[in-house]
Design a protein around this ligand. Structure first.
Ligand SMILES: [Zn+2]
Length: 167
């Protein structure tokens, strides 16, 4: 997961090498390209203490403050809408960290028993200890329910046996 926010070339300091703000599920990074390479400064998402946006007529100044003692990341030249989106994104990811322990919720789902957030691939819930039914079981159940006759039901079962023998 990576979100990029590029400043406008129309703004001061961004004409040739526009500054970029990049947000991942771990870091907020300010990338300033230059002739001799590029300068990257990052703040861990968990250490962002606040995001302030100062709106102008068209463009905004964004400051990402750190609680970790590092300098804030300053960006000049995002559009007002992009600046607002950047602030909301960081706040949303931080709230995910508080409630679910991670910023990126895409690999997660609620436990069917206790509704706490667990990984999609989890077989056992880390909160309530429930065994998570694997999807194959559900498929087999619905196949059996929709099966027309005994023959139809027996055929897939025989294939399953063969799989077990050879695997
Ligand atoms: Zn659970």
């Amino acid at each position: 997961m990576e979100h990029r926010f590029r400043t406008s070339r129309l703004t001061r300091g961004n004409v040739v090498f526009p500054t970029e703000m990049v947000v991942t599920d771990r870091l907020v990074t300010r990338i300033k390209p230059s002739l001799v390479g590029r300068v990257e400064e990052s703040i861990s998402l968990r250490q962002v203490s606040s995001v302030t946006v100062s709106h102008g007529a068209l463009f905004a100044d964004v400051t990402v403050h750190s609680s970790g003692g590092t300098d804030p990341l300053r960006s000049h030249g995002l559009t007002n809408a992009e600046a607002r989106r950047l602030k909301h994104l960081i706040e949303e990811l931080q709230s995910n960290i508080l409630t679910a322990g991670v910023a990126d919720l895409s690999g997660l789902r609620p436990c069917p028993r206790c509704a706490e957030t667990i990984k999609v691939a989890a077989r056992v819930c880390k909160h309530c200890g429930a065994d998570i039914p694997i999807e194959l079981t559900e498929e087999a159940a619905s196949d059996a329910a929709s099966g027309a006759g005994a023959l139809a039901a027996a055929a897939p079962a025989a294939r399953d046996d063969e799989d077990w023998t050879w695997s």
